[in-house]
Design a protein around this ligand. Structure first.
Ligand code: LAC
Ligand code: ZN
Length: 443
């Protein structure tokens, strides 16, 4: 337990523009049993608890806006089991994705969900995180077979099981995945693993415009291609990455593609992508066949947020993550570009093109209220546009603090049901209060 200034500061913020706020205490449990005891005491004394993993979330989930306890799960860092015959791994909540990658890799296996940061599996489950391989493997919810969680009163529950599927009652695994710490504390997750494909090739494709890149991505998806990655980056992002990583990728609108499988399927997948890209005016297509070059490429992509931050000293990041049907992607990106220009904001545009998921990464002066207000207007316009296209306010970053109003806009009729579920799990309102919904007293 710590109430030292630096510990409180480390648990006051995420990596974005959201205003930091300190907890009263940071607690570092090292077992599920200790989490249970902390929750029992918190319930008894009505103390708010905000779970904390790596602190890399993007919508303020880990900021303890009501004070109380920041429950840092990083000491729950044990890989409990890698079940080779069942292609699954059971890990404690504080295990990071790179730690799991190393452990699974020793057995020729991998876990696909790869947000940029080296996030914890517990945090990734809590936010239903995604990454660059979602187009092929899905988000966290598609990859969590079961979990262990501690409820607000300290009781320990287990959902799911060792089987690869189940129809046993309401799917509480899927409910807790994406619950953002507002229903329970996730202490352990069992996830699917996959065999590392025998043949993998990445491709960098440059386009004259972002919209052409988006059209190609949509055509690749519509053709039913099995590519494992289909990412969009703009010139701003590539310049930031080159400066940050010392790479020399072409600094213009591009798609980063990857195909994985057997040599024959990979070559066929890439041939189709090449044809579609050329039909939309692609200016350069570079294959990355060398495993080291490929690893460098994806590591660079994973660092995009940090590269953007490094390119913008003294500013703080606000990343949008609207997601639209892929057929609407080019339109959504054109709209975002036009709005950036109209409002005079500087921002990078990137995204998981294959999923129709667009990030506009704004670098804001936290002390400039006028700029922050423009950013608010921009984000609201983007969300309204995404909803009009049949999309969503968040493809992967979640609601947290930043999209509470957007959730009302998108699912106003469902919010009362969601609140009802919250009340069942957390009758005292101590589980990460102020996230996903406004607290009851403020309504
Ligand atoms: C990414 C984060 C911003 O895609 O979601 O890098
Ligand atoms: Zn993303």
């Amino acid at each position: 337990v710590s109430d030292g200034d630096s510990e409180l500061d480390l648990h006051a913020a995420d990596i974005t523009f959201h205003k930091p706020q300190r907890p009263d205490l940071v607690v570092y449990p090292s077992s599920t049993d200790e989490v249970s005891r902390v929750m029992a005491i918190a319930s008894e004394r009505r103390v708010p608890v905000t779970p904390f993993g790596a602190g890399s979330s993007l919508e303020g989930h880990v900021i303890p806006t009501s004070g109380g306890i920041s429950l840092d799960l990083s000491r729950l860092d044990r890989i409990v089991e890698i079940a080779l015959d069942d292609l699954s791994a059971t890990v404690q909540a504080g295990v990071t994705r790179l730690a799991l990658e190393r452990a699974a890799g020793e057995h020729g296996l991998f876990f696909p969900v790869d947000p940029g940061a080296d996030a914890t599996l517990g945090g990734m489950a809590a936010t239903n995180a995604a990454g660059t391989t979602t187009i092929r493997y899905g988000k966290m919810r598609a990859n969590v077979l079961g979990l262990e969680a501690v409820l607000a009163d300290g009781s320990i529950v287990r959902t799911g099981g060792r089987a690869r599927k189940s129809s046993a009652g309401y799917d509480l695994t899927s409910l807790l995945v994406g619950s953002e710490g507002t229903l329970a504390v996730i202490t352990e997750v069992r996830v699917r693993l996959y065999g590392i494909p025998e043949h993998v090739v990445a491709q960098r494709i440059s386009f004259p415009t972002l919209e052409a890149a988006c059209r190609t991505a949509a055509a690749v998806v519509a053709a039913g291609s099995a590519v494992s990655r289909l990412e969009l980056l703009d010139a701003w992002t590539l310049a930031a990455i080159n400066a940050y990583r010392g790479t020399d990728y072409h600094e213009g609108p591009c798609l980063l593609v990857e195909a994985a499988g057997t040599e024959a399927t990979v070559e066929a997948d890439l041939e189709l992508v090449r044809e579609l890209a050329e039909a939309d005016g692609a200016t350069e297509i570079v294959d990355e066949r060398d495993p080291t070059a490929r690893a460098r490429l994806w590591a660079a992509r994973h660092d995009a947020t940090y590269a953007a931050a490094a390119a913008s000293p003294g500013r703080s990041e606000r990343a949008t993550d609207t997601c639209v049907p892929v057929s609407e992607l080019a339109g959504a990106v054109a709209f975002a570009r036009a709005e950036l220009e109209r409002l005079g904001l500087d921002g990078a545009i990137l995204g998981h093109a294959g999923d129709g998921n667009v990030h506009v990464s704004l670098q804001l002066d936290p002390d400039d209220p006028a700029e922050l207000a423009l950013a608010d207007e921009f984000v609201q316009r983007l969300i309204a546009d995404a909803l009009a296209r049949g999309g969503t306010c968040t493809g992967e970053h979640g609601i947290g603090l930043g999209k509470i109003a957007a959730l009302e806009l998108e699912h106003g009729d469902l919010v009362p049901l969601m609140r009802g579920i919250k009340d069942v799990f957390d009758p005292l309102g101590i589980m990460n209060p102020g996230k996903v919904f406004t607290p009851r007293e403020e309504r």
